[in-house]
Design a protein around this ligand. Structure first.
Ligand SMILES: Nc1nc2c(c(=O)[nH]1)N[C@H]1C(S)=C(S)[C@@H](COP(=O)(O)O)O[C@H]1N2
Ligand SMILES: [Mo]
Length: 259
């Protein structure tokens, strides 16, 4: 653990705080740092610390250093619900984010789309969008938190993921679910999160078919996880006991990514 010596509270040395946080997060390279600017705002969202003075900086660094997957998996309480909001509180426009610019959002044809199911599942038949839209749906208005330092409230509709997993006969004792996306993204989650009541196979945004920029034809929405754990443009999912990693996770982001 690093302890920082800082000057007066008003003179926080942002650069050196970020450098220490980067070291604690084990972010591997300058390349990643340049691509994903780590900000003080992002760090305070990630750790839940309001970074205002020397004591809070140390608290934040301590929290980051404790952020290893083992401890966070243990901290996870499947009964804890993320806060929900009213329609009036929605963020408009809801921000777009990806590892590329909005002009490169994948153009996926919904008419011949099929969601592929792989791994430890009894029923491996793929699902068309029409079939998915006929399944039971619910809605949530929740906050999406991105580690880059912004958060936004959106209204999402779709299939409760626990329902979907049971329906396809997924092995609910398996450890992980990996999601491959229509771009070159993938991320994976633990089974407890998959079964969380607010984890949703999302088909709509604000009552409309999910627009391409937010992940058409489908994303996984988890208000208990940071933005990068919420895969957009899902084309296949695999239930597995083999640790799958993910696009950002393989570059040093914390796998658990809880919020
Ligand atoms: N397929 C895919 N999913 C992704 C990403 C991506 O680049 N590709 N970026 C992640 C990150 S870091 C964030 S913050 C959210 C952004 O979702 P939004 O565009 O709906 O705000 O998508 C997540 N899921
Ligand atoms: Mo993000």
């Amino acid at each position: 653990m690093i302890k920082k010596k800082l000057g007066p509270a008003s003179l926080l040395d942002t650069e050196s705080i970020l450098k220490d946080a980067q070291r604690e997060l084990a972010l591997p390279s300058r390349r990643l740092f340049a691509k994903r600017a780590l900000t003080l705002g992002g760090l305070s969202l990630l750790t839940g610390c309001n970074i205002t003075d020397e004591a809070s900086v140390n608290r934040m660094l301590e929290r980051i250093s404790r952020m290893n997957d083992g401890v966070q998996g243990w901290l996870f309480d499947p009964k804890r619900l993320a806060p929900t909001y009213t329609q009036a509180e929605m963020t408009r426009p809801f921000p777009f984010n990806a590892y590329y610019g909005i002009e490169d959002v994948p153009d996926i044809d919904g008419s011949d789309y099929q969601l592929e199911i792989l791994g430890l599942v009894t029923n491996k038949r793929p699902w068309t969008l029409e079939q998915l839209h006929k399944m039971p749906q619910n809605e949530q208005i929740t906050r999406h938190i991105c580690v880059e330092g912004w958060s936004a409230i959106g209204r999402w509709g779709g299939i409760p993921f626990s329902y979907f997993l049971k329906m396809i006969g997924a092995d609910l004792n398996a450890k992980y679910i990996d999601f491959q996306c229509g771009d070159d993204y993938h991320t994976s989650i633990d089974m407890a999160t998959a079964l969380h009541p607010q984890t949703q196979l999302t088909l709509t945004y604000d009552g409309q078919i999910l627009p391409p920029k937010y992940g058409f034809p489908m994303k996984l929405r988890m208000p208990t996880k940071l933005g990068y754990k919420n895969p957009k443009h899902i084309v296949s999912m695999e239930v597995t006991n083999k640790y799958p990693g993910g696009y950002w996770e393989d570059q040093g982001y914390n796998w658990f990514g809880g919020s």
